[in-house]
Design a protein around this ligand. Structure first.
Ligand SMILES: [Zn+2]
Length: 378
């Protein structure tokens, strides 16, 4: 009624509105008065303080929720944005340290130009008896960021929902110097016979066995020192090998998944050197299921460029026999005796889709190993 009067008498709009406000105020006072009479206490004196206190608590609760959510998400988009900030990743790892079963392990300081970047692992130990031990690595190639996002999401998932029986070493960024520079390759420390300016970390995991057949294949025989030991081209490979060997001595590994990305793939791919892992491949397969008509690689690769690859079911898994390249996952298979897989997510999809695919694959593998759902509350 008041509003209609205001609209009808536009020249006296201001005055009418003042009347309206006064009317509403009167009504409020009347309601308060009635409440006072009914409840038998003074509204302002007896309810004023508690309401203020309740309001203050409510505001505090909202603020806490807001900041807790921020801390939980770790703003993955910032890690993966156009400007690669390694220190955000490093800080995020440190925030996990000492809580919810997480512990940060520092492996080494790696040089890149004038800077030094720490190589760290995030160790998670779930409640209860330890049953399976995993290695999860991402960003071995510095320009493949989905693994970093997926592994932080995975760590976050463990924080919210502990996984009994699980011990896992997580490397969100396995090659900080490559990640910082958004480059596939890392800093080269030994050129050997090659003329490369940078080192491919995922071709530097030579197997420590007589004859070094991979070295001969790669024509890098001069990478052996006087005592016949391998001279690595990267800083990361020898550090990781030594660390993981020591870990292996404490307790053997049950699985290694190395998360990579593929710029020429239409669909996801899984590589393995272990021909006995059919069940695990079948368990992981739904994570990379391609859209109809999509093929993981250009078809001529199968009989042309990669003659050593064998396909397993529907040409979506690749069994790479012993003469394969000196990649991280293959080293884990041979030297740690752990079933190991390299996942390639297709870079033609969005970062979110790729990291979701990688997280899904990791969860499926763990479900297969532990025979439990992905989220088991203690
Ligand atoms: Zn890669």
């Amino acid at each position: 009624m008041g509003a209609a009067l205001c609209l009808l008498s536009r020249p006296r709009f201001g005055a009418c509105c003042r009347v309206l406000v006064r009317m509403i105020g009167c009504k409020k006072t009347l309601v308060k008065q009635k409440l006072n009479d009914k409840l038998g206490f003074k509204w302002r004196e007896q309810m004023g303080v508690p309401i203020k206190t309740i309001l203050a608590f409510f505001v505090l609760f909202l603020l806490r929720k807001l900041f807790t959510q921020r801390a939980a998400i770790y703003d993955i988009s910032k890690f993966i944005g156009e400007r690669r900030d390694f220190w955000l990743v490093d800080k995020a790892m440190d925030r996990f340290h000492g809580k919810d079963g997480f512990f940060v392990e520092s492996l080494a300081d790696l040089k890149a130009g004038n800077q030094v970047y720490p190589l760290k692992a995030l160790r998670y130990t779930g409640p209860g008896d330890r049953r399976v031990k995993l290695i999860l690595s991402g960003a071995v190639h510095g320009d493949e960021p989905a693994g970093t996002a997926a592994l932080f999401e995975f760590a976050e998932q463990l924080r919210k929902c502990p996984a009994p029986g699980l011990e896992v070493l997580i490397f969100p960024v396995t090659s900080p110097p490559a990640y910082v520079q958004d480059h596939r390759f890392t800093e080269l420390v030994n050129r050997g016979a090659s003329h490369q300016k940078r080192a491919d970390l995922n071709r530097d995991f030579f197997i420590n066995q007589d004859g070094y057949p991979e070295l001969k294949k790669a024509r890098q025989e001069d990478r052996l020192d006087e005592e016949g030991r391998i001279i690595h081209s990267s800083q990361e490979a020898p550090v990781l090998m030594e660390f993981l060997k020591k870990e292996q001595d404490k307790r053997p590994f049950d699985l290694h998944i190395d998360l990579h990305e593929c710029s020429i793939c239409q669909a996801g791919m899984i590589f393995t050197n272990d021909e006995t892992q059919g069940e695990m491949l079948d368990a992981m397969y739904p994570a990379i299921k391609p859209n109809p008509g999509e093929h993981p690689l250009p078809i001529h690769w199968f009989d042309g460029l990669i003659p050593s690859l064998k396909t397993y079911k529907k040409q979506l898994y690749f069994i790479d026999p012993i003469q394969g390249k000196p990649v991280f996952a293959r080293w884990s298979f041979v030297e740690l005796n752990a079933p190991s897989f390299t996942l390639e997510s297709p870079m033609n999809r969005s970062l979110e889709e790729r990291s979701t695919m990688q997280l899904d694959l990791v969860n499926r593998a763990i479900q297969q190993l532990l025979n439990v759902g992905s989220c088991t509350k203690p």
